[in-house]
Design a protein around this ligand. Structure first.
Ligand code: SOE
Length: 380
């Protein structure tokens, strides 16, 4: 097997999901490249070393610029906060590295556009970790839609609900809480959670023409972990928007971190002329399926357990009937990335595809301010 030398930047929650994927991929998928965990990079050397020891990285760096200059690294994996994605990706592309980037691609559309230009100019393989596309039930939904089984699509409905920021004493900024700091995250639930819903939606149902949004920041001021001062909160705590897809279908999207009782409830439903599909992250191995072509007497919602060997990705795991979970979606994405290298194909979602999500987020945030329908910028 050829070696693929990987350097990870950032060691938080996403650093762990990615490292686990690097470790598992070649054990479960038949790949021509063996990932080598070369280096983890973070400013805090002691924490980086502890992470490297736990996951088996060969070494550490504390300066990502030095890391990018290294000749022994093939892939730069960006799992650091959103505000550094662009600088790292653009420098890595110039250095000829392959790039994996955690979602969202960028702070906003114009910044994402520069990242797309950089990777395309350098001709380096690139992909963004929108992992929910690779839940087998969601991948199967894509297949059923592409086979035309739903017919014309009328409605798309998605929600991503959490409740972890209700406490007004929770500070903003710093490790673990940078998602509340607009200067680091770019936005709140729109870029963090709705970006997932949007990525899945445009993959399943095509492009979005325009949006009309309502956003709210329920807690207006929070202490900043780094400055120690009470500062204005700049993120959207909740966002709901209407969308009109280019195929004429109507959509509703909702996300909040104030839905008491919900930890990570991502749900979607699609209603077509012949059939409907529903999926729920809390029951991620199930796909709800209603087919109007079924015989009337026994027609109804079918509850499919996506765990058989003819379901997407499943033959690589256990015996039929045994399910997999959240972490496997990252392993699937990395295995697909390696396979794309073998075939010299792009790995979806590429930076260019992820830019479309950024433009939709921009239009949503703009509409949240103007109260008007906003058109989505086309990715050229
Ligand atoms: C936020 O709590 C978060 O961890 C997101 O950043 C992830 O992208 C999402 O998959 C789960 O929730």
């Amino acid at each position: 097997m050829k070696k693929l030398n990987i350097a990870l930047i950032g060691y938080g929650f996403m650093g762990r999901t990615h490292s686990n994927a690097f470790r598992q991929s070649s054990k479960f998928f038949d790949l021509q490249y063996e990932p080598v965990l070369k280096c983890v990079c973070a400013r805090d050397a002691a924490k980086a070393q502890a992470f490297a020891d736990n996951w088996g990285y060969e070494g550490i760096e504390t300066d990502w610029r030095k890391l990018i200059e290294r000749k022994d690294i093939d892939v730069i994996d960006i799992a650091a906060p959103n505000n550094v994605h662009a600088d790292i990706a653009i420098a890595a592309a110039k250095a000829g590295k392959m790039i994996l980037c955690e979602k969202p691609l960028s702070m906003d559309g114009p910044q994402g556009k520069k990242m797309v230009a950089a990777v395309e100019k350098a001709g380096v393989p690139n992909s963004v970790w929108y992992n929910y596309r690779r839940v087998p039930a969601v991948t199967l939904a894509k297949k059923l839609i592409d086979e035309g089984r739903l017919g014309r699509i009328f409605h798309y409905r998605a929600k991503f609900l959490q409740d972890w920021t209700i406490n007004p004493e929770l500070p903003q900024g710093g490790a673990g809480l940078w998602r509340l700091d607009v200067k680091v995250a770019g936005s709140g639930v729109t870029g963090d959670l709705l970006a997932h819903c949007i990525d899945t939606a445009i993959w399943l149902n095509g492009g979005v023409e325009k949006v009309n949004a309502m956003t709210e920041t329920f807690v207006k001021e929070r202490k900043h972990s780094l400055s120690g001062k009470v500062e204005k909160v700049g993120i959207d705590d909740a966002c709901a928007f209407l969308a009109r897809f280019k195929n004429g279908s109507l959509a509703t999207f909702e996300s909040t971190r104030y839905a008491r009782g919900h930890k990570a409830l991502y749900t979607l439903e699609i209603n077509g002329e012949h059939a409907s599909i529903a999926w729920d992250l809390h029951d991620l191995h199930r796909l709800q399926w209603f087919d109007h072509k079924d015989e009337g007497q026994v027609r109804g919602w079918r509850n499919l357990h996506i765990s058989d060997s003819d379901h997407p990705y499943m033959k690589h795991w256990w015996v039929p009937g045994l399910q997999i979970g959240y972490e496997h979606t990252f392993t699937h994405q990395f295995a697909d990335f390696v396979k794309s290298l073998e075939k010299n194909d792009p790995c979806s979602p590429s930076f260019r595809e992820a830019l479309e999500t950024q433009y939709i987020c921009d239009a949503v945030l703009k509409s949240g301010k103007t109260g008007r329908w906003e058109k989505v910028t086309n990715v050229k």
